[in-house]
Design a protein around this ligand. Sequence first.
Ligand code: ADP
Ligand code: SF4
Ligand code: MG
Length: 262
Amino acid sequence: MKKHLAIYGKGGIGKSSTASNVAAAMGEKGIKVMLIGCDPKSDSSITLLGGRRIPTIMDTLRKKGKIEESEVVFEGFNGVVCAEVGGPEPGVGCAGRGIIVAVQALQKVSRAMKASDVIIYDVPGDIVCGGFAVPITKGMVREAYIITSGEYMPLYAANNICRGLKTLNTPLSGVICNEREAEREREIVERFASALGVPMLAYIPRDKVVQECERAGKSVIEGSPRSAMADIYRRLAMRMLTEKDKKVPEALEDEDLRKLTQ
Ligand code: ADP
Ligand code: SF4
Ligand code: MG
Protein backbone atom coordinates (compact mmCIF):
# COMPACT_ATOMS: atom_id res chain seq x y z
CA MET A 1 0.00 0.00 0.00
CA LYS A 2 1.26 3.46 -0.92
CA LYS A 3 -0.86 6.38 0.08
CA HIS A 4 0.21 9.93 -0.66
CA LEU A 5 -2.20 12.44 0.76
CA ALA A 6 -2.44 16.12 1.60
CA ILE A 7 -4.30 17.66 4.50
CA TYR A 8 -5.45 21.15 3.60
CA GLY A 9 -7.23 23.78 5.66
CA LYS A 10 -7.13 27.33 6.87
CA GLY A 11 -4.28 28.36 9.19
CA GLY A 12 -4.95 27.55 12.84
CA ILE A 13 -7.84 25.19 12.06
CA GLY A 14 -6.05 22.10 13.40
CA LYS A 15 -4.18 20.60 10.43
CA SER A 16 -0.95 19.89 12.28
CA SER A 17 -2.54 18.56 15.44
CA THR A 18 -4.79 16.30 13.38
CA ALA A 19 -2.02 15.23 10.98
CA SER A 20 0.40 14.40 13.77
CA ASN A 21 -2.17 12.47 15.78
CA VAL A 22 -3.35 10.54 12.75
CA ALA A 23 0.28 9.79 11.84
CA ALA A 24 0.97 8.59 15.40
CA ALA A 25 -2.13 6.38 15.29
CA MET A 26 -1.04 4.84 11.98
CA GLY A 27 2.46 4.33 13.39
CA GLU A 28 0.93 2.49 16.33
CA LYS A 29 -0.47 -0.05 13.83
CA GLY A 30 2.99 -0.66 12.39
CA ILE A 31 2.37 1.43 9.27
CA LYS A 32 5.39 3.35 7.98
CA VAL A 33 4.34 6.98 7.92
CA MET A 34 6.14 10.12 6.86
CA LEU A 35 4.79 13.55 7.79
CA ILE A 36 5.99 16.45 5.65
CA GLY A 37 5.12 19.87 7.04
CA CYS A 38 4.64 22.33 4.16
CA ASP A 39 3.55 25.25 6.33
CA PRO A 40 6.15 28.01 6.76
CA LYS A 41 5.30 27.79 10.50
CA SER A 42 7.25 24.48 10.40
CA ASP A 43 5.57 23.02 13.45
CA SER A 44 3.74 20.05 11.93
CA SER A 45 5.86 17.43 13.57
CA ILE A 46 6.75 19.18 16.81
CA THR A 47 4.46 16.99 18.95
CA LEU A 48 5.96 13.83 17.47
CA LEU A 49 9.45 14.95 18.46
CA GLY A 50 9.03 15.82 22.13
CA GLY A 51 8.46 19.50 21.40
CA ARG A 52 11.70 19.83 19.46
CA ARG A 53 11.87 21.93 16.30
CA ILE A 54 13.87 20.27 13.55
CA PRO A 55 16.05 22.06 10.99
CA THR A 56 13.95 22.85 7.95
CA ILE A 57 14.83 21.81 4.41
CA MET A 58 14.73 25.40 3.14
CA ASP A 59 17.03 26.69 5.91
CA THR A 60 19.46 23.86 5.30
CA LEU A 61 19.41 24.43 1.54
CA ARG A 62 20.01 28.15 2.06
CA LYS A 63 22.95 27.47 4.34
CA LYS A 64 24.62 24.62 2.49
CA GLY A 65 23.13 24.52 -1.00
CA LYS A 66 22.23 20.84 -0.50
CA ILE A 67 20.72 18.52 2.07
CA GLU A 68 21.46 15.11 3.49
CA GLU A 69 18.71 12.95 4.87
CA SER A 70 20.19 12.88 8.36
CA GLU A 71 20.07 16.70 8.53
CA VAL A 72 16.38 17.14 7.80
CA VAL A 73 14.55 13.85 8.39
CA PHE A 74 13.95 12.71 11.96
CA GLU A 75 12.18 9.71 13.41
CA GLY A 76 9.55 10.60 15.96
CA PHE A 77 6.98 8.88 18.14
CA ASN A 78 5.75 5.45 16.94
CA GLY A 79 8.35 5.52 14.16
CA VAL A 80 6.72 8.41 12.27
CA VAL A 81 9.34 10.01 10.06
CA CYS A 82 9.19 13.81 10.05
CA ALA A 83 10.45 16.59 7.78
CA GLU A 84 9.64 20.29 7.59
CA VAL A 85 9.86 22.30 4.36
CA GLY A 86 10.25 25.59 6.22
CA GLY A 87 9.56 29.11 5.14
CA PRO A 88 10.83 31.38 2.39
CA GLU A 89 12.97 34.39 3.14
CA PRO A 90 10.37 36.81 4.54
CA GLY A 91 9.30 39.47 2.08
CA VAL A 92 11.29 37.94 -0.76
CA GLY A 93 10.76 34.23 -1.33
CA CYS A 94 7.71 32.31 -2.48
CA ALA A 95 6.48 29.67 -0.03
CA GLY A 96 4.97 27.61 -2.81
CA ARG A 97 8.21 27.60 -4.80
CA GLY A 98 9.92 26.53 -1.56
CA ILE A 99 7.66 23.48 -1.38
CA ILE A 100 8.69 22.37 -4.89
CA VAL A 101 12.39 22.88 -4.26
CA ALA A 102 12.29 21.26 -0.82
CA VAL A 103 10.25 18.19 -1.71
CA GLN A 104 12.25 17.54 -4.87
CA ALA A 105 15.47 17.78 -2.86
CA LEU A 106 13.99 15.43 -0.26
CA GLN A 107 12.93 12.90 -2.91
CA LYS A 108 16.52 12.73 -4.11
CA VAL A 109 18.07 11.93 -0.75
CA SER A 110 15.42 10.32 1.42
CA ARG A 111 15.31 6.56 1.76
CA ALA A 112 12.63 6.93 4.43
CA MET A 113 10.41 8.66 1.92
CA LYS A 114 10.74 5.77 -0.52
CA ALA A 115 10.11 3.25 2.24
CA SER A 116 6.98 4.94 3.60
CA ASP A 117 3.55 3.34 3.17
CA VAL A 118 1.82 6.64 3.83
CA ILE A 119 3.09 10.15 3.16
CA ILE A 120 1.09 12.97 4.71
CA TYR A 121 1.65 16.52 3.46
CA ASP A 122 0.39 19.16 5.88
CA VAL A 123 -0.40 22.16 3.65
CA PRO A 124 -1.85 25.58 4.49
CA GLY A 125 -4.95 26.56 2.57
CA ASP A 126 -5.38 30.26 3.27
CA ILE A 127 -3.89 31.21 -0.06
CA VAL A 128 -4.85 28.91 -2.86
CA CYS A 129 -2.19 30.04 -5.28
CA GLY A 130 -0.45 27.60 -7.59
CA GLY A 131 2.39 27.51 -5.06
CA PHE A 132 0.42 25.70 -2.41
CA ALA A 133 -1.07 23.34 -4.99
CA VAL A 134 2.44 22.13 -5.77
CA PRO A 135 2.29 18.79 -3.99
CA ILE A 136 -0.65 18.04 -6.28
CA THR A 137 0.65 19.49 -9.54
CA LYS A 138 3.94 17.67 -9.16
CA GLY A 139 2.12 14.38 -8.71
CA MET A 140 3.33 13.99 -5.13
CA VAL A 141 -0.21 13.80 -3.81
CA ARG A 142 -3.01 11.59 -5.09
CA GLU A 143 -5.80 12.58 -2.74
CA ALA A 144 -6.70 15.42 -0.44
CA TYR A 145 -8.48 15.84 2.86
CA ILE A 146 -9.85 19.13 4.12
CA ILE A 147 -10.19 20.22 7.72
CA THR A 148 -12.70 22.85 8.63
CA SER A 149 -14.94 23.97 11.44
CA GLY A 150 -18.51 25.21 11.05
CA GLU A 151 -17.37 28.85 10.95
CA TYR A 152 -17.58 30.83 7.74
CA MET A 153 -13.87 31.62 7.19
CA PRO A 154 -12.51 28.06 7.42
CA LEU A 155 -15.42 26.88 5.26
CA TYR A 156 -14.63 29.62 2.76
CA ALA A 157 -10.99 28.46 2.64
CA ALA A 158 -12.12 24.82 2.36
CA ASN A 159 -14.43 25.68 -0.53
CA ASN A 160 -11.64 27.54 -2.32
CA ILE A 161 -9.34 24.54 -1.88
CA CYS A 162 -12.06 22.48 -3.61
CA ARG A 163 -11.95 24.89 -6.56
CA GLY A 164 -8.20 24.23 -6.78
CA LEU A 165 -8.72 20.46 -6.57
CA LYS A 166 -11.30 20.61 -9.34
CA THR A 167 -8.95 22.62 -11.59
CA LEU A 168 -6.23 20.05 -10.96
CA ASN A 169 -8.61 17.11 -11.30
CA THR A 170 -7.58 15.79 -7.89
CA PRO A 171 -9.96 13.83 -5.70
CA LEU A 172 -11.08 14.85 -2.25
CA SER A 173 -11.40 11.88 0.09
CA GLY A 174 -13.34 13.58 2.82
CA VAL A 175 -13.93 16.51 5.10
CA ILE A 176 -12.86 16.51 8.73
CA CYS A 177 -14.66 18.75 11.19
CA ASN A 178 -12.50 20.17 13.96
CA GLU A 179 -14.93 21.68 16.41
CA ARG A 180 -14.80 25.38 17.23
CA GLU A 181 -18.05 25.38 19.13
CA ALA A 182 -19.89 27.20 16.39
CA GLU A 183 -23.65 26.86 16.43
CA ARG A 184 -25.03 23.81 14.52
CA GLU A 185 -21.43 22.96 13.67
CA ARG A 186 -21.84 19.26 12.97
CA GLU A 187 -24.87 19.85 10.76
CA ILE A 188 -23.14 22.65 8.81
CA VAL A 189 -20.02 20.64 8.08
CA GLU A 190 -22.05 17.51 7.25
CA ARG A 191 -24.10 19.52 4.76
CA PHE A 192 -20.94 21.06 3.30
CA ALA A 193 -19.36 17.61 2.82
CA SER A 194 -22.54 16.22 1.35
CA ALA A 195 -22.80 19.17 -1.10
CA LEU A 196 -19.27 18.30 -2.22
CA GLY A 197 -20.26 14.64 -2.56
CA VAL A 198 -17.78 13.28 -0.01
CA PRO A 199 -18.16 11.92 3.54
CA MET A 200 -17.47 13.84 6.73
CA LEU A 201 -14.85 11.44 8.05
CA ALA A 202 -14.68 12.64 11.63
CA TYR A 203 -16.11 15.14 14.02
CA ILE A 204 -13.24 16.04 16.34
CA PRO A 205 -14.52 17.74 19.48
CA ARG A 206 -12.72 20.64 21.05
CA ASP A 207 -10.91 19.16 24.05
CA LYS A 208 -8.24 20.70 26.26
CA VAL A 209 -6.27 17.45 26.20
CA VAL A 210 -5.00 18.43 22.71
CA GLN A 211 -3.35 21.58 24.03
CA GLU A 212 -2.17 19.95 27.27
CA CYS A 213 -0.37 17.28 25.26
CA GLU A 214 0.93 19.92 22.84
CA ARG A 215 2.45 21.85 25.76
CA ALA A 216 4.18 18.64 26.86
CA GLY A 217 5.53 18.24 23.30
CA LYS A 218 3.35 15.21 22.64
CA SER A 219 0.57 14.01 20.41
CA VAL A 220 -2.61 12.89 22.19
CA ILE A 221 -1.81 9.31 21.14
CA GLU A 222 1.41 9.56 23.16
CA GLY A 223 0.41 11.87 26.00
CA SER A 224 -3.07 10.56 26.69
CA PRO A 225 -3.35 7.22 24.90
CA ARG A 226 -6.43 6.06 26.77
CA SER A 227 -8.44 9.25 26.29
CA ALA A 228 -11.57 9.47 24.17
CA MET A 229 -9.70 11.94 21.93
CA ALA A 230 -6.97 9.41 21.22
CA ASP A 231 -9.65 6.97 20.05
CA ILE A 232 -11.21 9.62 17.82
CA TYR A 233 -7.85 10.18 16.10
CA ARG A 234 -7.33 6.40 15.83
CA ARG A 235 -10.73 5.94 14.18
CA LEU A 236 -10.01 8.80 11.78
CA ALA A 237 -6.65 7.25 10.88
CA MET A 238 -8.33 3.93 10.08
CA ARG A 239 -11.01 5.63 7.99
CA MET A 240 -8.33 7.49 6.05
CA LEU A 241 -6.63 4.18 5.32
CA THR A 242 -9.80 2.49 4.12
CA GLU A 243 -11.86 5.32 2.62
CA LYS A 244 -12.96 4.60 -0.93
CA ASP A 245 -15.45 7.38 -1.64
CA LYS A 246 -13.09 9.95 -3.06
CA LYS A 247 -14.35 12.36 -5.65
CA VAL A 248 -13.13 15.42 -7.54
CA PRO A 249 -15.18 18.03 -5.68
CA GLU A 250 -17.56 20.55 -7.18
CA ALA A 251 -17.16 23.68 -5.04
CA LEU A 252 -20.23 25.53 -3.80
CA GLU A 253 -21.23 28.93 -5.14
CA ASP A 254 -20.28 31.67 -2.62
CA GLU A 255 -23.95 32.46 -2.05
CA ASP A 256 -24.77 28.81 -1.24
CA LEU A 257 -21.83 28.63 1.13
CA ARG A 258 -23.02 31.71 2.95
CA LYS A 259 -26.54 30.29 3.26
CA LEU A 260 -25.10 27.13 4.79
CA THR A 261 -23.77 29.04 7.80
CA GLN A 262 -26.78 31.33 8.29
P1 ADP B 1 -2.90 24.45 11.89
O1 ADP B 1 -1.85 23.42 11.70
O2 ADP B 1 -4.10 24.24 11.00
O3 ADP B 1 -2.38 25.86 11.76
P2 ADP B 1 -2.87 23.54 14.64
O4 ADP B 1 -3.01 22.08 14.47
O5 ADP B 1 -1.52 24.07 14.94
O6 ADP B 1 -3.47 24.33 13.37
O7 ADP B 1 -3.92 23.98 15.75
C1 ADP B 1 -4.01 25.30 16.24
C2 ADP B 1 -4.20 25.25 17.75
O8 ADP B 1 -5.46 24.67 18.06
C3 ADP B 1 -3.15 24.40 18.45
O9 ADP B 1 -2.75 25.03 19.64
C4 ADP B 1 -3.88 23.09 18.74
O10 ADP B 1 -3.41 22.45 19.89
C5 ADP B 1 -5.30 23.56 18.94
N1 ADP B 1 -6.28 22.52 18.58
C6 ADP B 1 -6.40 21.90 17.39
N2 ADP B 1 -7.42 21.01 17.42
C7 ADP B 1 -7.94 21.06 18.67
C8 ADP B 1 -9.03 20.37 19.34
N3 ADP B 1 -9.78 19.48 18.71
N4 ADP B 1 -9.26 20.68 20.64
C9 ADP B 1 -8.52 21.61 21.27
N5 ADP B 1 -7.50 22.29 20.72
C10 ADP B 1 -7.21 22.02 19.42
FE1 SF4 C 1 4.30 32.08 -3.92
FE2 SF4 C 1 1.68 31.75 -3.69
FE3 SF4 C 1 2.99 33.32 -2.01
FE4 SF4 C 1 2.64 34.05 -4.55
S1 SF4 C 1 1.05 33.78 -3.04
S2 SF4 C 1 4.54 34.24 -3.34
S3 SF4 C 1 2.81 32.08 -5.60
S4 SF4 C 1 3.24 31.13 -2.22
MG1 MG D 1 0.13 23.71 11.18
